[in-house]
Design a protein around this ligand. Sequence first.
Ligand SMILES: [Zn+2]
Length: 299
Amino acid sequence: MNRWEFGQIEVFRVVEQERPLLNPEVLYPTSTPGGWAAHEGWLKPEFLDPVSGDLVMSIHSFVIRTPRHTILVDACGGNDKARPGKPRYHMNRFPYLERLAAAGVTPDAVDYVVFTHLHVDHVGWSTTLSDGRWVPTFPRAKYLIPRIEWEFWREEYSRPGFTDDPYYEDSLLPVLDAGQVVFVETDHVIEEAVRLESLAGHTPGHVGIRITGGGREGIMCGDLMHHPIQCAEPEWNSCFCVDPARAAATRRTFLARYADTDTLVMTAHFRTPGVGRIAASGGAWRFVFDEGDGGNRRG
Ligand SMILES: [Zn+2]
């Protein structure tokens, strides 16, 4: 398990699934064969599986453990969820909670669940099936949802034909009904060292989570980018971006801001270790992975 330290704060990455997951031209509709060919040398086989032709991606959570709080960021796809429109999330049985427990995080220990945004692959473990009912997985937790994100999806979801997958009903409404949702602004401060900030574009209420401590800084950037190719080709939006122009502008600003700095960029879908730094490269950028700080706390 990869982990990073920010002074007294520890961050763990907990993987739900990691494999060749999505077809490149489907995920990036404006990409071109020539565009992919230019990067083939570094993409295969690590980031682009030569057998299936699919992009190697990860779906994972981060756990932020501060002296005061245990915070889960993003909740993957979940188990037992009917997702006929998206087979990769359909009726899965992942040992995700077992992996969390192995990191010392029982459901009871989680104080906050934070979503970078409300897509299906970020909200699944909000709830688990118990006696045929969807109940909050983390019984003590407050689930923090940016108000603007909630309002967008509540309206979007009511439109016919949006999706057949009932993730709003099985992963969000039960938590709301249990009184565990707290609507927040996109600049919400969880505690001094852990703050939300807007990274809108992929979705209207898409947020990053900034962590500072021990002279280090990290930023969890959600789906600002799905794959390292977007450092090299920052104009390529995913097919899931709600506002493509804004998504690309936010990505470019982000990459320029952190290029050649020591800030750890903690992504939602890059393969293991999922975290790294941005380096300027030939007029664009590249992602330099960081394996983390090992199994023992530094002195
Ligand atoms: Zn995602």
